[in-house]
Design a binder for this molecule. Structure first.
Ligand SMILES: C[S@@+](CC[C@H](N)C(=O)[O-])C[C@H]1O[C@@H](n2cnc3c(N)ncnc32)[C@H](O)[C@@H]1O
Length: 274
């Protein structure tokens, strides 16, 4: 039998928020609420409705362990094992990049593809782009590739859990795709410069998902011409300041270029059309 023995929800959140702020977390209150809700098996709304509820010893221990890991700057998504992306929830762990809100733009630019189009998502990670697109456009044929077998295991499990029919293939960039025509290639490839100064959370994410040479463009330099040669519509997520160089690669490949900015005003998705 468990006895209520710990501090209240209100007190736990106040202490945790202060600790996470001291540890340098950007959103300490939100993180504290998400982790406490997880430790209690509750929702954030339930926390707000019962601020005086006392934690049991077991709940306090679970919350303390989550806080310890978050203070070490493990991403909240890894601690919860889940991340929301557009209208779906994806299981994530340190074998895959945590899907980012700005990547939702990559899905958005593809929503206007013609009915039944055949689309490849290169470097699918958790399956975020491929699965969100299939969820919103079930008529599309979606194929997803990754160089990491670990990532593909997670992406396949996400596809099964979401009951989405996406084909997965292992290998370098477009190499695992068959020779049948493609209507579109989408990719959020690694684009971080090798020696960039990064928030501590990124140290917990897989290096091959992030880094691409001295200027971050090593993968895009190979991928852009290869994708442009395969499909009349291509779209790539890029890092801040990379849109010009990637647009130029597309123009050289004979494509018209459009740039799409994210909510922070950064040119984030480069689209090429023929
Ligand atoms: C930035 S992550 C993007 C993951 C996911 N698409 C997302 O947006 O959350 C890049 C992904 O590309 C994969 N990758 C890196 N180099 C690759 C290559 N040469 N060929 C195929 N996939 C690659 C990594 O394993 C990683 O899953």
């Amino acid at each position: 039998m468990e006895f209520a023995a710990g501090p209240s929800v209100r007190m736990s959140l106040a202490i945790a928020t202060a600790e996470l702020r001291d540890a340098g977390c950007d959103t300490p209150r939100l993180d504290a609420e998400l982790l406490l809700a997880d430790a209690l098996g509750a929702t954030r709304t339930q926390l707000h409705l019962a601020p005086e509820r006392e934690l049991t010893l077991a709940e306090s221990d679970r919350f303390a362990e989550l806080l310890r890991r978050r203070r070490a700057r493990e991403p909240v998504a890894y601690l919860l094992g889940m991340r929301a992306f557009r209208h779906i929830e994806l299981a994530v762990d340190p074998r895959v990049l945590v899907p980012r809100p700005e990547t939702e733009l990559l899905v958005e630019v593809a929503l206007g593809l013609p009915r039944g189009a055949r689309v490849a998502d290169v470097g699918t990670g958790s399956g975020a782009v491929a699965l969100a697109l299939k969820h919103e456009r079930p008529d599309l044929e979606v194929i997803a590739t990754d160089a990491s077998e670990d990532a593909l295991a997670i992406a396949r499990a996400n596809a099964r859990a979401l009951r989405l029919d996406v084909t997965f293939a292992h290998g370098d960039l477009l190499a695992p795709l068959d020779r049948d025509p493609l209507d579109a290639v989408l990719s959020n490839p690694p684009y971080v410069a090798d020696r960039a100064e990064l928030p501590p959370e990124l140290a917990h994410e897989p290096g091959p998902a992030l880094f691409a040479g001295p200027d971050g463009l090593d993968v895009l330099r190979r991928l852009v011409p290869a994708a442009a040669a395969r499909a009349p519509f291509v779209a790539f997520e890029v890092g801040a300041g990379q849109a010009g160089a990637v647009g130029e690669l597309l123009r050289r490949a004979g494509m018209r270029v459009e740039l799409h900015s994210d909510l922070a005003g950064i040119e984030r998705v480069v689209v090429g059309r023929r």
